[in-house]
Design a protein around this ligand. Structure first.
Ligand SMILES: Nc1ncnc2c1ncn2[C@@H]1O[C@H](COP(=O)(O)OS(=O)(=O)O)[C@@H](OP(=O)(O)O)[C@H]1O
Length: 478
């Protein structure tokens, strides 16, 4: 269910290799976050996702369907819908990534898309003569465009001459666009490029050649809505979004930390860590308070206490995640999101232009908080991108174990990520060009220091709030 740029594709690729896991026909079905898709349920789900009609005990499953849509976690609707419609045995996996790295990865994906568009447009210019067949005016331009819109562009309603012209145009596009596509879209590359060529011809090309200059054509294409995305001014976007989000973050954090000061048990772990340690030491291991080697002493004393230390820690609300079960996060009422960081959501989210959501996407605290209103923490497996990269066998083992599946084929000799990614490219050959995705997208472009500083400072507090909420800490994010 996310996060976007969190490593969902790598995870999806690994899961595909498990013999008991059925991958969907495409990655990112967007069933639960896009109204149009959701409203077409149950047909789409039945066909594409094959959710069991009856809840079945997970251990009895011969095989299980899965899907990965990275935007679910950032949607305010997806978790509620999933909890209502999916089997209660569903395991939800959230792969998180240091939000600073996540943002940089998203920005670079966007940059690749823009670059792809420009390369495509340039190719159209460079090969204008060969592509003239696409621009030649015909009597039935409107039919051609309408025909190109439908999935079957060779439909019977298209006259034979037009059909042939379009085939020649398609051939020329295939030859010269060389795998690039004019825009990121779920529709096949051939269709997108053909439709673009048809629309472009109709609206931007007056003569048998392309528009007078590439700038003019780019402008026209932009008006057509084909070159919709522009490269964001990332510094400005971050500054603007920070202005809008920071007050909510401060308010939520101030509220959380000040409320928490009263009884120790109400304090979030990050804030009460020192206080808790002091109290536990005094109550359970008074001898350690007097000893110089207090760290080693406390550890020994705790393990010798036969669980008493742990029990007491839980009672005091002082349980760090690695000591024992973390007290589950209790939401006060169904509207608990208001008053917390969730009040930031309307300020942050501008669905019409995703570039305005760079910061929000990595603001995991309100997203997870919102989701936990519907999905129990025990059903939500949270993993870190770095762990998947470093030790995939362990991460995947946890997931498959949670699902009650047979041993995962991920730890065997000679197993590499390439096995998984090759399988992914075989099943989803268009994914990278459709989305601008790349296996190592942002690593070749170092993040400017000033951007990193702005981001680290913005995310420091919400990250701590998240750690507290989920009972897990990713130290390297701070
Ligand atoms: N094996 C493995 N483990 C963990 N992470 C990996 C792995 N392989 C690739 N990647 C990195 O994942 C980043 C893309 O994330 P997503 O696949 O979630 O992107 S998307 O939301 O589907 O567009 C993308 O990040 P950037 O390279 O920083 O852009 C990939 O490098």
């Amino acid at each position: 269910m996310g996060a976007q740029k969190g490593g969902t594709t790598a995870l999806h690729s690994y899961l595909m290799l498990h013999p008991q896991l059925n991958p969907p026909r495409k990655k990112e079905l967007h069933i639960f976050d896009i109204d149009r898709n959701f409203n077409s349920w149950p047909n789409q789900l039945k066909v594409a996702f094959r959710v069991p009609k009856q809840p079945i005990l997970k251990k009895q499953h011969e095989s299980i369907s899965f899907e990965s849509t990275p935007s679910y976690i950032a949607s305010t609707l997806a978790c509620e819908r999933m909890s209502t419609f999916l089997s209660p045995w569903t395991v939800y996996v959230l792969i998180l990534r240091d939000p600073v790295k996540r943002l940089w990865s998203e920005y670079n994906m966007k940059a690749r898309r823009i670059q792809n568009q420009d390369t495509t447009l340039q190719s159209l210019f460079d090969h204008a003569d060969d592509l003239a067949v696409c621009w030649t005016p015909t009597e039935n331009d409107d039919d051609a465009v309408d025909g190109a819109k439908s999935k079957d562009s060779s439909g019977d309603s298209v006259p034979p001459a037009e059909k042939m012209r379009r085939e020649h145009c398609q051939e020329a596009l295939d030859k010269h666009l060389d795998g690039s596509r004019v825009k990121a879209s779920q529709v096949s590359r051939r269709m997108v490029n053909l439709k673009f060529a048809m629309d472009f011809k109709r609206k931007c090309v007056d003569t048998a050649k392309l528009g007078a200059s590439i700038e003019e054509s780019r402008e026209c294409a932009r008006k057509l809505g084909v070159l919709r995305e522009t490269l964001p001014d990332i510094r400005q976007d971050i500054i603007q979004e920070t202005k809008s989000l920071q007050p909510c973050v401060d308010m939520a954090a101030g509220k959380q930390f000040s409320e928490a000061k009263v009884p120790v048990s109400a304090l979030p772990w990050t804030a009460r860590e020192q206080e808790c340690q002091g109290k536990l030491k005094t109550r359970i291991c008074p001898q350690c308070v007097r000893e110089a080697d207090s760290e080693g002493c406390v550890a020994k004393c705790f393990s010798a206490s036969n669980g008493t230390a742990q029990e007491l820690a839980i009672q005091m609300g002082c349980t760090p995640p690695d000591v024992g079960p973390y007290p589950s996060h209790k939401l006060r009422s169904p509207s608990a999101c208001s008053g917390d960081l969730c009040t930031c959501y309307p300020k942050a989210v501008n669905m019409a232009d995703i570039s305005k959501n760079f910061l929000w996407r990595g603001l995991y605290y309100p997203q997870v908080q919102q989701c936990l209103r519907y999905i129990p923490r025990s059903q939500l497996l949270i993993v870190d991108n770095d762990d998947l990269r470093r030790d995939p066998a362990s991460v995947l083992g946890k997931i498959t174990n949670e699902l009650g599946l047979r041993d995962a084929p991920y730890g065997g000799p000679g197993f590499t990520y390439a096995d998984a990614s090759n399988e992914f490219s075989r099943k989803y050959p268009e994914f990278a060009s459709t989305t601008g995705w790349s296996e190592d997208g942002s690593s070749s472009v170092p993040m400017p220091e000033d951007i990193e500083l702005m981001l680290r400072s913005f995310y420091a507090t919400p990250n701590k709030m998240l750690f507290d909420l989920i009972g897990k800490k990713f130290d390297h994010w701070l």
